[in-house]
Design a protein around this ligand. Sequence first.
Ligand SMILES: Nc1ncnc2c1ncn2[C@@H]1O[C@H](COP(=O)(O)OP(=O)(O)OP(=O)(O)O)[C@@H](O)[C@H]1O
Ligand SMILES: [Mg+2]
Length: 256
Amino acid sequence: MKTISIICQKGGVGKTTTVVNLANIFSKNGYKTLIIDLDPQGNVSTYLNFDKNNKEFTNSVDLLEGVTKLTLAELNPKLSIIPSNKEIARYNEGKIIGGSRIRKIKKQGLFHGFDFIFIDTPPTMSSLVQEGIAASDYYLIPTKPEFLAIEGVAQAMNFAKTTLKNIPNTNTIFLGVLLNQVEVKRSSYKEFVDELEYLLGDRLLETKISHLTEIADSPFYGKTVIDFNNDSKAKIEFTKLAEEIIERVGKNEKIT
Ligand SMILES: Nc1ncnc2c1ncn2[C@@H]1O[C@H](COP(=O)(O)OP(=O)(O)OP(=O)(O)O)[C@@H](O)[C@H]1O
Ligand SMILES: [Mg+2]
């Protein structure tokens, strides 16, 4: 089982979009996949047309309160969701608390049987994000190709590092930075990518996701990119991203 948190304190960079689309692609490729939403906004549920206030199923507040049994909502036989809602916001207020409640649940084997878990996190530097990082094998930072975003990426990386230093026995690996909402034709784009490549080396993911209206509009139609035609640019790029992630996770497996 591999757990990947998508983090960035900057809002609107594509965390939820990445989680939802990757999770769908992974599940359609046969991997048993779970999405955990740790964001009080509950956007994962909205994206997937799921009722985040449904009390029948385990939600992320239950996780933080230490459930001993999960009742998982299934979106398809290979894809489950642990939704979030605004009740979880109280855990977003405190900073560094050394969050590791979800990690504990994981260690108890409650997520047994899943191949991949994707964790969506809020645009904050808070204990909710720390919960995600501590419970994960990897964290991925999406960013927009904008000048100020470089600072945002550096801040997210530092936050993750500090978090991992403060929580004993964590070994979460930096999977990389994903450039999202790319507009290659923008004049500053090449300079921006060069700068990021210089700073990050191979931690900048090779796959970039373009700014595409089909991605922005997909939640409205209740779709993820896997539901698009095979020649859709969004589907091609996200499929490539899924392949790159599998490759990177595989490589790290050999190293460690
Ligand atoms: N590649 C893309 N092309 C076009 N629109 C995109 C793309 N990626 C994300 N968006 C749109 O940008 C907005 C922000 O994306 P998203 O909600 O995934 O970001 P986020 O980082 O999760 O935001 P928050 O920090 O508020 O949780 C959404 O309206 C989404 O549809
Ligand atoms: Mg989000």
